[in-house]
Each structure stands twice: as structure tokens, then as C-alpha cells.
Design a protein around this ligand. Sequence first.
Ligand code: HEM
Length: 426
Amino acid sequence: MTLLDRTIPLLLRGYAWLPAQPRDAAGLVHTRLLGKPAVAFGGPDAVAFFYDEDHVHRQEALPGPVLDTLFGRGAVHTLDGPPHRVRKSLFTGMLMDAEENGRLTDLVLRHWREQAAEWAERGPVVLFDEAAVVLAAAVGEWAGVPLAAPLARGTAEDCVAMVDGFAAPGPRHARARRARARQEARLAGTVTRCRSRDTAAVGADSVPAGRSGGQSGSGTVLERIARHRDADGHLLDPHTAAVELLNVIRPTVALTWFVTFAAHALHREPALRDELRAADTPAHETAFAHEVRRFYPFAPFTAGLAAADLDWHGRPIAKDTLVLLDLFGQNHDPELWPDPYRFEPARFLGHPPARDALVPQGGGDPRHGHRCPGEDIAVRVLAALCTELARTELRVPAQDLRILLHRVPTRPRSGFVFTPLPAAGT
Ligand code: HEM
């Protein structure tokens, strides 16, 4: 039986589309997307199956419009096998270091506090926009690409545009393409200048890169990407290096979605804000951050292609079928999360999430598969900003805080407008 292509219903219904699809007895959705046969599933067993490289690969899985907006051509997301492992080691080396992540978190807090003083003077501001600028300034400084004030705002707007427009036809998509082209061109120049400095420093005509097929191991994010050698022993060409530099900067700025959702949660349930303020421990703020990432919709699913003819609990999946892992659905599966549509940070207190249960940033082992290598950063920065938000007295005027599920990615429609109030006693 040939199934009808469901790309348009997916684009129209967004997050609500996949959970509404019928499943067979093995839990598989059978459908057709982008002109290809497709299946979708979720749950910890599905995570293990999906992240096995003999089952699902990524090359040619991502459509051009997603590469030209969200990830970039030649990105780590599109690689398999040894080329993926070597490129991925660059990211895990840079992004999974607790000390470095603490430094980034401190920079975010410093920029946040500097900006907060200005917000109080400016009157009502839009949290979504302002948090993006704070994150861009902090990650730029951290990565060795410092951004003076106007550049931080421009970079923040471009990074937001790339994420906002990847799944939207029309002007949002066109804006995303322009933003990516602009940032790739700028950062390719930055990488080239970094390499020239390196060359001048060693007085030779080659970049003092690390081992063949590995990473340089130290230095800023910019330097490490500029010196990285891929599995073939070659440096990344400036465009690909810019793509990967953006694959650190863009998703860090995208934390503004989660920060805005956190403000939404604290505003809707002031008791949670009081609890977070009173507890003021890393365990509480981390639990809050996990629940924001579980509860609110961001990445709907991740996808690859069946690497061979596969069998999922007795159901055949033909080679080259598009395979979707339902991240949003799994984060709301009542078998994993009792009362899944209740925002309840306490579910993570004393219970860190099992590796393949909580999957807002993918599943499996980030060092080997395609799971997000920025998850530690996301949790740490978000946790710190949840506490910062909980401690701040805000005036929140009437506004449209609806989060529409047909829009991908979604956010409170107003972006969360607020004015910080002076702390008592100041
Ligand atoms: C805003 C919060 C974030 C969300 C929702 C998110 C989500 C994701 C998802 C769903 C994937 C794909 C997983 C897969 O296909 O299996 C991914 C991959 C990736 N993420 Fe994140 N991420 C976030 C933050 C970050 C941060 C802060 C960084 C870097 C500082 C980062 C860097 C990456 C990279 C480089 C990959 C590609 C990994 C690979 O293909 O091996 N992400 N992320």
C-alpha cells in the first residue's frame, strides 16, 4: 500500500502531528515524508536501536533546506563512521569539560547582570530577545570570538533566525538562509585570520595543528576548530570550520528558548519560584532545568536513514526508509513520566534522568553517537539562569503567553515581556 505524503500536515500541525498518528502493535508509525517512506518511534529501546550506527545513518538524511538554515553543509550532524567519530571528538573535547563549562556559565551570569541593570532603566523588555544577546556575548567571548555590543545583537538575531526558520516555508525560511550565509562568511574570515596568526607565531607556512585525524586539544574553541584535522588528516576548509564554529555559537544562543520557557513556568506557578529561591541548591536548579527541557516543546524529533533492511520487534523497516525518533513524544510518555503534562521539577530531585529516558537533546552516548555534545552546557547555563530569574522581582504586564503547538519551533507568543524591579532595600 502506498501511503500519502504527510509533509504538509507535519508542517501545518507541528508538534501535535506525530503524537496523533496511529501506531502498529510494535509502536511504529508508518508514514511518508519528503517523498520517502518513513517510520517513527520512541522510548528507551527505540533510542538504543536508533543510535546503533548499523541501523541508522545520517549522510543524506537531512534535507537541503535544513542544512542551509539550521546546521550548515558539511556539519558533524551529516557524518557517519570514522569521519563522524573524529569530528565529534572535536566537539566533546571542547564542550564536555566541567571547568570550561563553569567558565562559560560565569560569563553568561556576568553578561546577564550587566544587561539586567540596563533592562531596569529601559522599561519593558522582551526576555526572548535579550537573553539571546546575553548568550551570544558570553559564548562569543568564551569561544575566542568576542562580540562588541552591536555585533552581539546582530549575531543573536542571526542565530535565532537560523533556528526559527528551518522548518517554516516563506519569509522565516528566507531570513534563516540569509542569516546563515552572513554568519558563515564572517566566521570563515575569522578562522582564516586565526590560522594566519598561528602561522606567523611559529614562523612556518603551516598551521601548528594537532595530530592527523584528531583535535588540537587546547586553546579557545576558535583555535581548536581552526587546528582540527579530520579523519583524512586535513584541516577543515574555512567554510566547514565556520559551520562548526556556528554549531557551538548558534545552539548556545538557542538556549534563549529554554530560558523563556523557564520564565513562563516561574510566572505561571509562583510557588515554584518561591521554592527555587528558598532551596537555592545546585540540585534544585538542575532539577528545574531538566523539567524545563522535558516539559516544553523544542526539538520535535531527530532523523536518519535505515542503513540496511531492519527488523523492529518483528516489523520490517526497508533500507533507506526515513527513521524518526520522537523526542517530544518520548518526553511526554506517561510510562516514563507520570502525569507528563504537569510541570514538576521534583520528579528529578534525587533522580537524575536515565540516559535514554530524557531526550530533549537526543539519546545514547554523546561521545560515540549523534547525541548533543552541548547537553552539559545547556543544563548548567539554564540551571544558573533559572535561579537568577527566580531571584529577580519582575513586573509582567498583560501579554499573549500562549505557546502554539503548530509552530516549530514555538515559544510564548509575546517572547515574555517584563520589567525587572529593584531588589528590596536598594
Ligand atoms: C538549546 C538547547 C539545545 C537543544 C534543544 C539541542 C538539541 C540537539 C539535538 C536534538 C541534537 C541532535 C541529536 C541527534 O540527531 O541524535 C543535537 C546535536 C548537536 N548539538 Fe545540540 N542542543 C542544544 C544545545 C546545544 C549546545 C549548547 C551546543 C554547543 C555548545 C550544541 C551542539 C550540538 C552539536 C555540535 C550537535 C551535533 C552532534 C552530532 O551530530 O554528533 N547543542 N542537539
